[in-house]
Ligand binder design. Sequence first.
Ligand code: SF4
Length: 216
Amino acid sequence: MDLDVKKIRKILLKWGTENYKEYPWRSTENKWHALLAEMLLQRTRVKSVVPVYNDLIEKYPEPIDFANAPLAKIEEIVYSLGLPARAVTLKNLATEIALINGQIPLSFDKITKLPGVGSYVGAAWLSFHAGKKNVIVDANVVRWICRLVDRKCDAETRRKKWLIELATILTPNQRVKDYNYAVLDFTMEICAKKPLCEVCPIGAKLCAYGQKKLKQ
Ligand code: SF4
């Protein structure tokens, strides 16, 4: 099945508009808070991040506050998210950003040199909070793209050339932020681990996996 990229994009943008999720970091104008949120969201459930994020930005609103905070206090707040090493990484990141006066770099190469900022966080922050086109590829997005073309995916698929190329082709030049939010939410809610093909707006006509499943 040839992928109808334009139609899939259009459907996702519409779905995203109708199902937009408001989280505190999505509407913040504060670049540091936004980066902090992207760091917290890694390998964590979104709902668990909300109280931790709110607590951290209230207690340590600026990178310098965060950098000077006792590590034990940060550990205590992020404890509920698991991954205790994250507190150290966040403090190192805050320290680095305080040193550059809060001016978070606007290029992928530079932002991903900051402590703990990997390619996913870098791309997400640039796309959502700096208005730069970046392609978002997390585990859910990989699973979704593999289903669209009915290919098997494993832990290595996210690094495969064909996958990155397809994710790039799907990502529009306009409304990148809207599209990326839509993809994140859609792959969490509809094309989830257990896909809801029966109610999916992409469905059997545009998705190889959906076609197989809905024909059964
Ligand atoms: S039809 Fe099913 S597998 Fe395809 S995108 Fe929709 S939910 Fe995912």
